[in-house]
Design a protein around this ligand. Sequence first.
Ligand SMILES: O=C([O-])CC(=O)C(=O)O
Ligand SMILES: [Mg+2]
Length: 477
Amino acid sequence: MTDLLSCYFTKQIKKLMHNIRQYQVPLQKYMAMMDIQEMNERLFYKLLMQNVEELLPVVYTPTVGEACQKYGSIFRRPQEGKFLRCLKIGLRKIEVIVVTDGERIFGLGDLGCQGMGIPVGKLSLYTALGGIRPSAQYAELLHEFMTAVKQNYGKKVLIQFEDFANHNAFDLLEKYGTTHLVFNDDIQGTASVVLAGLMAALKLVGGSLAEHKFLFLGAGEAGTGIAELIALEMSKQARTCNEAPLEQSRKRIWLVDSKGLIVQSRMESLQHFKKPWAHEPEPEPVKALIDAIKAIKPTVLIGSSGVGRTFTKEVIKAMSSLNEKPIILALSNPTSQSECTAEEAYAWSQGRAIFASGSPFGPVEYEGKVYLSGQANNAYIFLGFGLGLIISGAIRVHDNMLLAALEALAAQVTQENFDKGLVYPPFTNIKKISAHIAASVAAKAYELGLATRLPQPQNLVAYAESCMYSPNYRSYR
Ligand SMILES: O=C([O-])CC(=O)C(=O)O
Ligand SMILES: [Mg+2]
């Protein structure tokens, strides 16, 4: 890029940042960013890269949550002229199509794309009551998609499952994990990012993983995914001293779901992904989180239920009376669903909590001291993880790659970060962090014989960096 061009680019970015800062409402900032993306892709990415701490909460968690809820009303410029292509790659045998523009849904008015529920509902009536064969059930449809993707793009295309419901997520990951390059961000990404934060937190609190006791509120993808990775790492650490098989490690981890503490006597009615966590001997039947804390006496409390405001004053106080430095992770997104705020965690623990959250919180002042809190968000992992798979030409995901990724992340928390109470490095350095994670993941892929890009590059960090997209203007003369 010539000096003149780069100077112009810099000015453009400065002005646009100035414009975006004029908006007070996060959703307006989001819409401004989407406009820029549509108008000028390079500008959008450069802007985001250079202002990652400020703009990540706009284009991603938490504002993107609100944008999704209002997607129908803010989505303005549809991509036209693509129907024929979509129909050609779609399902083959179609008999009925119910179509809506979403503008007059019942008496509710214009619901935009959220009006989709109506055609879906009408089609189910065709099938259930009209006898029209459904074109494909969920599993068949997904299988067709997975097969088509591999056929079109080969075995090295990474398919990231995002925000699937529990009842499908675990099965899909297991089913396609052996035939495709698949990664579930909510199970594996969240698990890795949380374990990285925990390993960093242990440097502040002391003790090995096996010396801690974990209690989860929420036993879905995030909760059980994290629990399993903690158990795996515990066993790995203990293997050197020849003890602690996986089942043994799992016993240090307890989960509470909507029906209370998961225990042996509930085994029959538990969904399969919860069964490994039904422990005995069980304490008295325990329903409420606060009672579970009293019974289990955890050192680490992790919220992953998607329900906000559940880490009450009583809960945080109980954790703080049990522990000098309670580790408290409020992972649910977006901010409205966070188990507690950073302010609450610090105030209710008298500034003793080691706190991180899924959605970002700003600095908090408590009794004259400023506390920062890390964002335990899977964005730390999935970017570098995906890049590592791609640059090595990996054809499968292996648990040891997750461990490699999270170790690389934990290793990048500096003393300076710790001093501020952070168990994650700042997002400002995310590209550098991702390059290191990518290099570790790629190295593991080579070690496991799952990499296809040969020969292995000498310096994987440098190679990862050289593979990264860089949005600059080009001079065409
Ligand atoms: O999107 C995020 O910030 C993290 C995530 O995957 C989720 O909450 O489902
Ligand atoms: Mg997600």
